[in-house]
Design a protein around this ligand. Structure first.
Ligand code: PMV
Length: 313
């Protein structure tokens, strides 16, 4: 066993397919290096498990309910390793509850830190098992995409319960990732889609299947480097997500503004009802200009994500 165990994870962006992925449709996601989380574990100075984080500092048992996943995950790991009382430090630049996968990322970082602390090798399969365990508590019915995207280093094509397929992203375009500053509501949004499915299965499954179709087309648009086509597919996906009631007026207004300013496409990302949205642009200048306009309109934060080709130009 080591004195200190360290584990890291990144945020993630779902490019296409959120919500539909829960129903077996494909999704495309990638790790978002603009944000990161580090978990550090060491033996507790007291006989109790303690935590230092932006949410809570003190006894782990006293953490608020939104950290129930962390309590359950660490309890399980501690029991399985027969580990002593620990101190857990969480340092994160991933905004919480904004559709960037912060709950999965914290679980990835903690699981890695635990195995590192115990000086034990960790397989990809074990990592996903623990992260999905934690995500079930955080989200209710996770597809597993957040766990897959925050634990890897490459973009992925994802189908629930199927093999994760990494792929290189070489697209001649830029992605602006913008935070509305409003907390997303993944759990509530996933639940409300399930309820809509109960009430009107034909309507709901039609939208979910169409989102799946758009995602498959997006896969071709990415592989053949057709950003304009990808942009149109993204915007249509947003409209369908809005029809499923997982958008909100702020997201819709920001997305309208980005499109009016010449974006190739824009959509919410992640669970929705707040959180982040993504804007595809032809050039870096467009992305910067649109980012400025969005900030003036009220967006809290914006990051620029390159998509590959320009890096090699
Ligand atoms: O809000 P996030 O970052 O946790 O993304 C959730 C993605 C959903 O498709 C809405 C749910 C899921 O488990 O796939």
């Amino acid at each position: 066993m080591k004195d200190v165990g360290i584990g890291e994870a990144t945020g993630k962006i779902i490019l296409m397919g959120e919500h539909a992925v829960v129903y077996g449709e494909p999704a495309i996601a990638f790790p978002f290096n603009g944000t990161k989380i580090v978990a550090t574990l060491s033996e507790s100075a007291t006989a109790t498990n303690t935590v230092t984080s932006s949410y809570h500092t003190g006894k782990l048992a006293d953490t608020p309910d939104n950290l129930a996943n962390i309590r359950a995950l660490t309890a399980r790991l501690q029991k399985e390793f027969g580990a002593s009382a620990f101190h857990l430090q969480i340092d994160s630049t991933i905004p919480a509850e904004r559709g960037m996968g912060s709950s999965a990322a914290v679980a990835v970082a903690i699981t890695r830190a635990f195995f590192d602390w115990q000086d034990r090798p960790l397989t990809e399969e074990q990592l996903l098992f623990y992260v999905n365990f934690s995500e079930q508590i955080a989200h209710g019915n996770p597809s597993g995409i957040d766990a897959a995207a925050t634990s890897g280093s490459q973009p992925i094509f994802f189908l629930k319960n199927k093999e994760i397929i990494p792929f290189p992203l070489h697209l001649d375009a830029y992605l602006l990732v913008a935070d509305t500053g409003i907390k997303g509501q993944t759990r509530a949004a996933v639940k409300s889609v399930a309820e809509l499915y109960e009430v009107d299965q034909a309507f709901t499954s039609n939208h979910l299947q169409q989102i799946g179709r758009l995602t498959r087309h997006a896969q071709h648009a990415i592989m053949s480097n057709h950003p304009q086509e990808l942009g149109l597919l993204m915007t249509e996906a947003h409209l369908r997500l809005a029809s499923l009631h997982v958008s909100n007026s702020e997201l819709n207004n920001y997305i309208r503004l980005a499109l009016a300013e010449g974006a190739l496409g824009a959509k919410l990302t992640g669970g929705g009802r707040g959180g982040c949205f993504i804007v595809l642009t032809k050039s870096k200048d467009d992305a910067i200009r649109i980012g400025r306009k969005l900030k003036v309109a009220g967006v809290k934060d914006a990051w620029l994500q390159g998509l590959g080709v320009y890096q090699y130009a």
